[in-house]
Write a new protein. Structure first.
Length: 205
């Protein structure tokens, strides 16, 4: 084994160790941010939003889409220890967050320019909105129906958006647009600081 091969293996090992370390740190930050939720505009009080997908998107940009998905998985696995939904809410959160960071991270991976980063965030937001529509309709709304009759559930949204009259209306006029907005907001934050964080995450500072 020559010195060049040894150096490459040493560098590869160091990169793998750093990737694992940064993944763990970003997952921990994501877990903490999940508790800092806030009400969704034009929604009942039980509808909450957080920015815990932000560290996962940073990880997806820095180390690839699978790292972003892993961060989402770790975050939601940790949340299972204090779940109030029997894991259903965590599953829905994982599906939405993972779809966002995987899509954005995959697009950015193949063309790492600022313009492509913006495009990846926009496309990722649209994908998350679509996945959120399905998870809300088939997972989250049925979950809330265990605690509130469906008519009352729809009425709670109708108080804020008068033309909501069915579960599908809730998805079209609430779940989809606000998850789309959430993705765009996270994308803007990422674009603002990723360039400054990237050298630190990759150990190039």
């Amino acid at each position: 084994m020559n010195q060049e091969t040894t150096a490459k293996k040493t560098k590869s090992g160091a990169m793998n160790t750093r990737t694992m370390t940064m993944t763990a740190i970003l997952a921990a930050i994501s877990y903490i941010l999940a508790f800092l939720d806030f009400p969704v505009p034009l929604s009942p009080s039980f509808a909450k939003m957080d920015l815990s997908d932000f560290p996962a998107l940073i990880g997806a940009f820095a180390f690839g889409p699978l790292v972003g998905v892993l961060i989402e998985l770790i975050k939601n696995a940790l949340r299972l220890f204090a779940t109030s939904t029997g894991g259903v809410g965590e599953l829905a959160n994982f599906l939405m967050g993972a779809s966002y960071v995987f899509t954005a991270g995959t697009i950015y991976k193949f063309h790492k320019t600022k313009a492509m980063a913006w495009i990846s965030c926009i496309v990722g937001s649209v994908v998350m909105g679509i996945v959120a529509a399905f998870t809300n309709y088939f997972i989250l709304l049925p979950l809330f129906e265990n605690f509130m009759p469906v008519d009352e559930l729809i009425a709670s949204f109708e108080e804020f958006i008068p033309f909501i009259h069915t579960k599908l209306d809730v998805i079209i006029f609430n779940a989809f647009p606000f998850n789309l907005l959430k993705g765009l907001v996270i994308g803007v934050f990422t674009m603002m600081i990723y360039k400054h964080l990237s050298p630190i995450l990759k150990g190039k500072h």
